[in-house]
Design a protein around this ligand. Structure first.
Ligand code: GDP
Ligand code: IMO
Ligand code: MG
Length: 431
């Protein structure tokens, strides 16, 4: 049985995946990003120092091998910035950073610009993207126009590839009334980044195979959340990658049996950045309280996150989709001051109960009325607690209630942003 761990978010992102990836990385051999790009913003706080990663796997702080898989769309400028910042405290060498030769590139000036153009033209239908060029970069990958990291190892092949890419992009830019992009500018950029990054570019599938053969543990670090999955999320208000656990295999080149223990990260309430339905959203003083107490400001774009009650059917559906073996409840401390806490346990549409919405379309979901159960709060600080036994009875009751309604064992609880502010209940081991 695989001893790997795949970490995924069960809501709309920002569940605390970065913190928990770091937490579980101590005994790992490699930590691997398998989808998304620098739309992600993962926060790790250790000994009062805060690290915010957009592209670098969060486990890098343990000095383990950090891997960027083929499923990622890679903005090399951002990666170089993160490497430079990390070098103040850590050595980053080809021994502890590997970038897949098959990762498709996000090219500044091309993909982020197209993202902004599409968003700007969409009016009320805008997704509210991070404008990091994620959608356009995946369009180019699926359309087979993308330039991949491994192409940088063959600089002579680049002019033809850039021309082909610009054939498409400049046609779109002309159509949108934008200035054409220049091939020589892009070539200069690619060659410059190629020089800096080529020592890190290699065959990820093979390296992970070797780690498995030698008995090492791999941690797959998901980005975004299940509700942002391109196929299974709240389309079209989603990101452009598959965010559920199955993608850990496709996005790195390991077989599905190597996904290992699937760990679902879920906030004790719900947040969302960007547009689209949100049945349990609170546009009142409780929503404001959650935003403030939880410091719910997006890492990547600095936008305020929308806040609402915990949505159990949504988390249960996400847990099912990823085959979650254990859950971590994060930010339980944020609920400390509430005297009553509501949990959505089901939905109604036009007075009819709907148990489990597999087809999470905006049109259907915007009609949904949540059915709530109300639990008593604990009105005391649990911040930083490390033992389950120390939690107030009502906090334990809240956890038991969530566990029952999402149908997944809770294996840890996070009581603060710092690495050590964590209650470990059981180990993430497949039985
Ligand atoms: P990610 O995208 O899933 O990695 O999550 P983010 O880092 O974007 O957002 C989670 C935020 O909550 C970060 O600011 C974390 O430092 C913080 N955080 C994580 N766990 C906890 C917790 O248990 N309590 C509190 N108060 N903050 C937490
Ligand atoms: P982490 O990994 C929260 C949201 C955007 C937007 C939609 C599409 O930190 O949890 P995109 O730029 O991906 O095309 O935007 O997805 N989004 C996230 N929301 N956390 C994230 O990542 C997100 N990455 C993208 O706000 O609604
Ligand atoms: Mg985030």
């Amino acid at each position: 049985m695989s001893n790997n761990i795949t970490i995924v978010g069960l809501q709309w992102g920002d569940e605390g995946k970065g913190k928990l990836t770091d937490f579980y990385s101590e005994n790992a051999a490699a930590i691997v990003r398998f989808q998304g790009g620098n739309n992600a913003g993962h926060t790790v706080i250790v000994n009062d120092k805060t690290y915010k990663f957009n592209i670098m796997p969060s486990g890098v702080l343990h000095g383990k091998l950090a891997v960027i898989g083929n499923g990622v769309v890679l903005n090399m400028s951002r990666l170089i910035e993160e490497i430079t910042a990390l070098r103040a405290d850590f050595e980053i060498t080809p021994k502890n950073l590997l970038v897949s030769e098959n990762a498709a590139l996000i090219i500044p000036g091309l993909h982020p610009e197209m993202d902004a153009i599409f968003e700007g033209a969409s009016g009320k239908a805008a997704v509210g993207t991070t404008k990091r060029g994620i959608g356009p970069a995946y369009m180019d990958k699926i359309g087979r126009f993308a330039i991949k990291a491994g192409d940088l190892l063959f600089p002579d092949s680049l002019p033809e590839k850039v021309d082909r890419l610009l054939f498409l992009h400049n046609a779109i830019r002309r159509g949108c009334g934008e200035k054409e992009a220049s091939a020589s500018h892009i070539l200069d950029y690619l060659n410059e980044c190629g020089e800096a990054l080529s020592p890190f570019i290699g065959n990820v599938g093979q390296r992970l195979y070797e780690i498995k053969k030698s008995g090492g543990r791999i941690i797959f670090e998901g980005a975004q959340g299940s509700m942002l999955d391109i196929d299974h999320g709240s389309f079209p208000m989603v990101t452009s990658s598959n965010t559920i656990a199955a993608q850990a295999s496709i996005g790195t080149g390991v077989p599905p049996s190597e996904i290992g223990f699937v760990l679902g990260i879920v906030k004790a309430y719900t947040t969302r950045v960007g547009n689209g339905f949100f049945p349990t959203e609170l546009n009142d003083e409780v929503g404001e309280y959650l935003g403030k107490a939880g410091s719910e400001i997006g890492v990547t774009t600095g936008r305020s996150r929308r806040c609402g009650w915990f949505d159990a059917p949504l988390a249960a559906r996400s847990a099912y989709l990823s085959g979650v073996n254990g859950a971590v409840i994060t930010k339980l401390d944020v609920l400390d001051e509430l005297s009553e806490i509501k949990v959505c346990v089901g939905y109604e549409i036009d007075g009819e109960k709907v148990p489990f919405l597999f087809n999470a379309k905006d049109e259907a979901m915007s009609k949904v009325v949540p059915i709530y159960e109300t639990l008593p709060g604990w009105k005391t600080s649990i911040k930083g607690m490390k033992n389950l036994a120390d939690l107030p009875t009502n906090a334990r009751r809240y956890l038991d209630f969530i566990e029952k309604h999402i149908g997944v064992r809770i294996i840890a609880v996070s009581t603060g942003p710092e690495r050590s502010e964590t209650i470990e209940i059981s180990k993430p081991v497949l039985r």
